[in-house]
Design a protein around this ligand. Structure first.
Ligand SMILES: NC(=O)c1ccc[n+]([C@@H]2O[C@H](COP(=O)([O-])OP(=O)(O)OC[C@H]3O[C@@H](n4cnc5c(N)ncnc54)[C@H](OP(=O)(O)O)[C@@H]3O)[C@@H](O)[C@H]2O)c1
Length: 290
């Protein structure tokens, strides 16, 4: 980077609450350094009551863009000027771009999910997929499954069954995909559902640091050698859920690829440049292993 004394430095960042757990500042700042781009990425802890004024600040201060995390991914939509087609379908965003004073929302979790599951596209088509969770991540997942992976059936499993129903009804209505069932999260009753699923995805927060001993299920018989099991949780890298699935012989996919790939898409939207995926992943693996 040229010694510009920060006169031309562009600012991007993250808003959410809480945000201390986030690896996004690390990912983006490492990438800016590797690429020699004059940008800086900062986290902003913003509570819901301050969300609208924070967004006005983006425009006034000329901030290039933001990532959006829990709990603002859905609420923020009402304050934006425009949405990408995918974000409008999903009803949740994780990235904002300041386009000459107009704020446009995107959902780059979709890109992270596609990059993670693409090698298994033919295996998933026409088969049953179990989705654990019914929050923002599950929304992006269900949309991406229906649009890109064409499963035969989706089973949404959530602690709060009513939230699962709301999600299912939303996609039945929005994408005309009728084959969605909802189940309450009660592991002993789910063994058969899991057994009949080709793909099982944990899109809930269960097992995320510091609650590393938690798992959506620890029943080994839930898994088979033919299955693909994807945990969106990336910290720890191998969750208890993935460990049990691996021990049963299933193909286990951690949330790390999704994390880096969703960041890569946002990076590209802000800078027009590619994020150096391999180098950033290696740096991230190093800090996650400490
Ligand atoms: N790898 C990536 O790039 C990536 C991207 C996005 C998200 N994620 C991860 O995905 C997870 C979900 O994120 P989100 O944005 O969807 O969050 P969210 O909107 O807050 O939803 C959280 C979901 O987890 C469930 N849940 C939370 N704690 C639980 C517990 N103790 N027992 C049972 N269920 C529990 C909630 O169930 P209720 O409805 O019953 O509350 C809800 O379904 C997080 O771990 C996040 O880090 C990863």
């Amino acid at each position: 980077m040229k010694n510009s004394f920060y006169i031309n430095t562009k600012l991007v960042g993250l808003i959410g609450h809480p945000i201390k757990h986030s690896y996004s500042p690390f990912i983006n700042n490492v990438a800016f350094q590797i690429k020699g781009l004059d940008y800086i990425y900062l986290p902003f802890d913003v509570v819901t009551d301050n969300l609208q004024s924070a967004l006005k600040g983006i425009v006034s201060l000329g901030i290039t863009g933001l990532n959006i995390t829990i709990p603002h991914k859905e609420k923020i939509i009402e304050y934006l000027d425009e949405l990408s087609e995918e974000a409008a379908m999903i009803g949740a965003i994780n990235t904002v771009v300041n386009e000459q004073g107009k704020l446009k929302g995107y959902n780059t979790d979709v890109n992270g999910i596609i990059e993670t599951l693409n090698p298994f596209k033919n295996d998933i088509a026409g088969k049953c997929v179990s989705v654990l969770g019914a929050g923002g991540a599950a929304r992006a997942l269900v949309f991406t499954l229906i649009r890109h992976f064409k499963p035969g059936e989706i089973v949404i499993i959530n602690r709060t069954e009513q939230r699962g129903d709301t999600l299912a009804n939303y996609f039945i209505e929005k994408m005309k995909f009728e084959n969605i069932k909802v189940k309450e999260l009660f592991p002993p009753d789910l063994v058969d559902v899991f057994n009949s699923s080709k793909l099982i995805v944990n899109a809930s927060a269960i097992g995320m640091y510091p609650a590393v001993d938690d798992s959506p299920t620890d029943i080994k018989e839930s898994f088979t050698e033919d299955q693909i099991v994807f945990d969106m949780v990336y910290n720890p890298r191998e969750t208890k859920f993935l460990k049990v699935a691996s021990e049963a012989g299933a193909t286990a996919l951690s949330g790390l690829t999704m994390l880096v790939r969703q960041a890569a898409k946002a990076f590209e939207l802000w800078t027009g440049e590619e994020l150096p995926v391999q180098k950033v992943t290696r740096s991230l693996e190093l800090i996650l292993s400490k």
